[in-house]
Design a protein around this ligand. Structure first.
Ligand code: FES
Length: 167
């Protein structure tokens, strides 16, 4: 297989990650997680390399990448905000947060045009008793209201707003 010169860094990362998982059965998922950990997302140009290395079809790899919402196909924004929409958080008002994000011009699963923030939905952050729960750049927040969500979306978490910060 020939990979274009501009894809060489992606190709080298993918081939190295695959080599690290060579002896693992069902390596595609752990390889995809490792690629995303290194590159911040799973770029389109990684798919033919993965197919080649793992002896899968490109369609198989593409299908897995697009099926699991954990895999990003585009780089994330400078701030990543994940809103929990599972049952407990729904009961405590998570829909208000989703509406607030939408009213702010943000689309779940996408990055703002200026690259400042990516908003995602998740289904349980393990913080059910303190819902609605939101995670921002890996930090967990509980009892989040629209005001705090706004500060998180702006990349300026304000600890004095409503809500509880969980460790
Ligand atoms: S349901 Fe939202 S953290 Fe568990």
């Amino acid at each position: 297989m020939t990979i274009s010169g501009s894809d060489m860094s992606v190709e080298s990362v993918v081939r190295r990650v695959v080599a690290d998982h060579r002896d693992q059965r069902g390596a595609l998922l752990p390889v995809l997680h490792a690629v995303q950990a290194e590159l911040g997302h799973v770029p389109q140009e990684a798919i033919p390399v993965l197919a080649d290395e793992l002896n899968l079809s490109r369609a198989d790899v593409h299908g897995v990448v697009t099926f699991y919402h954990d895999f990003r196909r585009e780089p994330a924004g400078r701030t990543t905000v994940r809103i929990c929409r599972a049952e407990a958080c729904q009961a405590l008002g998570a829909d208000r947060l989703v509406s607030y994000a939408r009213e702010s011009g943000l689309t779940l699963g996408e990055t703002s045009a200026d690259g400042s923030v990516t908003v995602e939905q998740v289904f349980c952050l393990g913080n059910c008793a303190l819902g609605p729960a939101v995670e921002a750049n890996g930090r967990l927040y509980g009892r989040v209201g629209p005001a705090r969500l706004g500060s998180l979306l702006n990349g300026t978490p304000n600890e004095t707003l409503d809500g509880t910060v969980s460790a």
